[in-house]
Design a protein around this ligand. Sequence first.
Ligand SMILES: Nc1ncnc2c1ncn2[C@@H]1O[C@H](COP(=O)(O)OP(=O)(O)OP(=O)(O)O)[C@@H](O)[C@H]1O
Ligand SMILES: [Mg+2]
Length: 300
Amino acid sequence: MLKEAKEYVRDTNRLFESGYLRKVAKGENTRVLSITSGKGGVGKTNIATNLACALVEIGKKVLVFDADLGLANIDIILGITPEYTIEHVIKGKKRLSDIIVKTEEGIHILPSSSGIEELTNLSLFQKKRLIEEFSLLNDTYDFIIIDTPAGISSNVIYFNLAANEIINIVEPDPTSFTDAYALMKVLSIKYGIKEFNIVLNCVDSEGQARSLFQKLSMICERFLEVKLNYLGYVFKDKKLVDAVRKQRPVILLYPYSKSSRCIYNLRDRLCSIEPAKGAGFKRFLNRLFGKGGRIPNEEI
Ligand SMILES: Nc1ncnc2c1ncn2[C@@H]1O[C@H](COP(=O)(O)OP(=O)(O)OP(=O)(O)O)[C@@H](O)[C@H]1O
Ligand SMILES: [Mg+2]
């Protein structure tokens, strides 16, 4: 190795070891939630967006980390077209503050769907720059909501490990159920996550949601030794489909629809529970970029 390259590696290693991360990130109160699922198309983006709007309505500051690789990501639901993504920050072309979109609904969006691969594979130099950029957001947000892709790829795992509260969205159909189990199996067995929050989406009744939750909870406790928390449910609702078509969050377009009432219940439940241990911005940055990161480097 060239002398210069050796020095570079030594210096960047020192940067981490000297507690650099500790110095730049102090926020202890930010709750970082991932909205995730084993199966695609189960309502993650809609729940993330509407939950964010509902939190903004009660005065919370919310950043949505849009890591969705699907077609209908948060931009579509809000009818926005971000010009830049985190890829521009990674490449040093833009500052983080330049790429965050502040929507008329009052949510801040961090567009990341392009740049995900780079994010999971950064050089130390890029990590340092991103930590510096992110540290400027210190204490800005009450909630960071990560809209993850579906499945058990390394990207999904990466974002779920960065969160300190995982919200797994499950639909009543059997494949959603088994894929939700598969995701929790990987996260619990390979990465030691022992607690998950569950939201049942597209249900016809509260009874259906409860009984599906109990079934899933029993299986997970027995075979994975994990604890599931029942966060709530969202009714199957034509108004939500209509809102997606009109590119507006359903809670703003149809605040009294049955799905909107469920979203408000989810928000209230979320705000009433104690944040999981280890919340905070510092931990989030550490998980994303620092030594605390348990970034998988291969597909599972
Ligand atoms: N509660 C609901 N009632 C009726 N339809 C719903 C509901 N939730 C979601 N949908 C339908 O499912 C579609 C997909 O939802 P969404 O894009 O939020 O899923 P996703 O999990 O983010 O998908 P992906 O895995 O592709 O990112 C919506 O466009 C809507 O048509
Ligand atoms: Mg989505």
